[in-house]
Ligand binder design. Structure first.
Ligand code: GLV
Ligand code: GLV
Length: 310
């Protein structure tokens, strides 16, 4: 009898092909680009041996209970796993696969793009061109901050943080500061750019708050491509609107999507992207392959290409 697999979204076909051609499981998919409604998820996962999910699916006790005792493996199409109730999963002996490494380059690249776009005010410039606000070349218009000669502080020196730092160096960055290698206070006071690329844990939840921003230079630019909840968004709004810091670029927010009437969206010095760090065609295809292979390995009891140590 075939094992049952539930996939919570339409994913790149490279991944679906691996699952369907393996011939060991019956695959049901929430065949849409939009998230599966919670009630559908609870129904779809019932009796599943394997669950392939996304970072936008909260996999908690309720989902694990709905899945029942067959569940052997959860494979998430993401490097982050803060959406998974790890303790509950571990307690039930369920294995977890994820997608580190394969998205490092794409995410680092997007983070650099976001940093440059924010510091050099690209979205504002684009808006001015479209709206007719571009009246002349002006010496004092749309000036921002450059990387050359700057000091960059990286918070969270994992795979992605390192890859970001490597990419920033050739822009003429004078000093790269890393959290964990020096006191956070000194990193905050000395940096012209702060780049957050840590994982979301109880320790990093709300790390970037009023006190954090108050230590940054008034000319400093804040970039976050990790998880929205690392930032206290009310404190960030205050820091940006009061001139405590110069600008912020976010690829992640709380919640996602960010409501279109959110106060942060009224600020010209805040650039917000819709969580697209890993969004290149090839990276998403490779992520889908890896998560399919993780799932199959978990079903058969074999070693996964990328298993999360629980
Ligand atoms: C993206 O945020 C991921 O965790 O893969
Ligand atoms: C810029 O275009 C310059 O010529 O200085």
């Amino acid at each position: 009898q075939l094992m049952k697999v539930y996939v919570t979204r339409r994913i790149p076909q490279e991944g679906m092909k691996i699952l369907t051609e393996a011939g060991v499981c019956k695959v049901s998919v929430w065949d849409s680009d939009e998230p599966v409604p919670r009630a559908e998820l609870l129904k779809g996962v019932a009796g599943a041996h394997g669950l392939l999910c996304l970072l936008s699916d909260r996999i908690d006790t309720e989902v694990l209970d709905a899945a029942g005792p067959n569940l052997k493996v959860i494979s998430t199409l993401s490097v982050g796993f803060d959406h998974l109730a790890i303790n509950e999963i571990k307690k039930r002996g369920v294995r977890v696969g994820y997608t580190p490494d394969v998205l490092t380059d794409a995410t680092a690249e997007l983070t650099v793009a976001l940093l440059l776009a924010t510091a050099r005010r690209l979205p504002e410039g684009i808006d001015e061109v479209k709206s007719g606000g571009w009246s002349s070349w002006k010496p004092l218009w749309l000036c921002g901050y450059g990387l050359s000669g700057s000091t960059v502080g990286v918070i969270g020196l994992g795979r992605i943080g390192l890859a970001i730092a490597r990419r920033l160096k050739p822009f003429g960055v004078k000093r790269l500061l890393y959290s964990g290698r020096m006191p956070l206070d000194a990193l905050l006071t000395e940096s012209d750019f702060i780049v957050v690329s840590c994982s979301l844990t109880p320790e990093t939840q709300g790390l970037c708050n009023k006190e954090f921003f108050s230590k940054m230079k008034n000319t400093a630019v804040f970039i976050n491509s990790s998880r929205g909840s690392v930032v206290n968004q009310e404190d960030l709004y205050e820091a940006l609107s009061s001139g405590q810091i110069a600008a912020a670029g976010l690829d992640v927010t709380t919640p996602e999507p960010l409501p279109t009437d959110h106060p942060l969206l009224t600020l010209k010095n805040c650039v917000i992207l819709p969580h697209i760090g890993s969004a290149t065609y090839s990276t998403r295809g490779i992520m889908a392959e890896l998560s399919a292979n993780n799932l199959l390995a978990g079903l058969s009891g074999a070693a996964m290409p990328s298993e999360l140590a629980l």
